[in-house]
Ligand binder design. Structure first.
Ligand SMILES: Nc1ncnc2c1ncn2[C@@H]1O[C@H](COP(=O)(O)OP(=O)(O)OP(=O)(O)O)[C@@H](O)[C@H]1O
Length: 240
């Protein structure tokens, strides 16, 4: 069974100023939604779980392996991390090379169904830096997730997508959950996630530098507003 564990985990960029302190969590197969105000540390936590940033304290275990103790190519085979701004990750001159980079790096096989669902083949010869926001998002998702890792970390994956893109990604997340993956994704719009019936939420309490975990059904507008996150009923408490 796939599993991500945070053990006595403190994260951030400066030992004197952690973003999250002493977190203990276990995430099993299913969809887990990471929420928090701007700058609270969502991307930093995903990058730490992916093995890209070292924790200030403690460790991250993915399927019982310390993600910071293994080689980069092994970590990438285990955890697919799709970054927040698609253009920040592009390095190749064509979409085709961008998508095949991960197989050249890891030697892992591509799951064609994931790839072809996300990317229109007509884009293959294009320069990735010339793509529209939604096209770039789908290429970025395909360039990481096409090797079908057991753990997927998605940083605001629905940004830039139109309704068709939303449905394709939603279907991919359902496929991942059905196949026992641990999926952690961030969002600022929790109502987009309700149709996917997430298992849990992880909420970063910025003031206390804590990571709170709960069942998705228990994520109320009061809790969201208290943490500075957009509530489901957007009219709550807004005065313009
Ligand atoms: N490389 C870095 N060095 C130093 N500080 C950083 C670095 N990257 C991010 N930060 C800071 O760490 C804090 C958390 O950033 P992070 O990107 O994890 O937040 P976030 O919750 O994902 O925010 P948002 O909702 O705005 O995307 C911010 O104050 C940010 O300025």
């Amino acid at each position: 069974m796939n599993k991500v564990r945070g053990v006595d985990l403190s994260i951030g960029y400066s030992p004197g100023k952690p973003l999250i302190e002493d977190a203990e969590f276990t995430l099993g197969p299913g969809l887990h939604v990471l929420i928090g105000a701007n700058g609270s540390g969502k991307s930093t936590l995903l990058k730490t779980i992916a093995g890209i940033i070292k924790p200030l304290k403690g460790s991250v275990e993915v399927n019982s392996v310390n993600i910071h103790d293994i080689r980069r190519r092994e970590a990438v085979r285990l955890v697919g991390y799709v970054w927040q701004n698609p253009f920040h990750g592009f390095i190749e001159a064509t979409v085709e090379r961008e998508i095949s980079f991960i197989t050249r790096m890891t030697g892992a096989r591509v799951n064609g169904e994931i790839l072809y669902r996300l990317v229109d083949m007509e884009l293959m010869d294009r320069n990735p830096f010339t793509l529209s926001g939604g096209e770039a998002r789908r290429v970025a998702l395909a360039s990481v997730l096409s090797i079908d890792q057991p753990v997927w970390l998605l940083d605001e994956p629905f940004s830039d997508l139109d309704y068709n893109g939303y449905l394709i990604l939603a279907e991919l997340i359902r496929y991942g959950v059905k196949n026992g993956k641990v999926i952690v994704m961030t969002t600022h719009i929790v109502s987009l996630l309700d149709p996917l019936e997430p298992n849990t939420f992880l909420l970063i309490d910025r003031g206390r530098r804590r990571l709170l975990k709960g069942d998705w059904e228990d994520l109320t507008d009061d809790l969201l507003l208290g943490a500075g996150i957009i509530p489901r009923r957007i009219s709550c408490g807004i005065t313009i």
